[in-house]
Design a protein around this ligand. Structure first.
Ligand SMILES: [Zn+2]
Length: 74
């Protein structure tokens, strides 16, 4: 299973876990089910020009990272 990043809308905890594509885990911090999947940096496809598909951060291209930049996490 691929590794996905999730964000809890209840307690704003961010975490990564293995999950099926159609599966949403519980928040490990509060046990809430209001968890939303973040764009996976790990499984991001090779550069192809589809830059509108998600968050475009300066850290990806040598620029300044955004606040709380996922590219710098972990
Ligand atoms: Zn939570």
């Amino acid at each position: 299973m691929p590794l996905y990043a999730f964000h809890c809308r209840d307690c704003h905890h961010s975490f990564e876990t293995l999950a099926r594509f159609d599966e949403t885990p519980e928040c490990p911090a509060c046990g809430g089910a209001h968890v939303e999947r973040q764009l996976s940096l790990i499984a991001k496809p090779a550069a192809g020009g589809d830059t509108d598909a998600g968050h475009s951060c300066g850290a990806m291209s040598g620029g300044a990272p955004c606040p709380g930049c996922p590219a710098l996490a972990g």
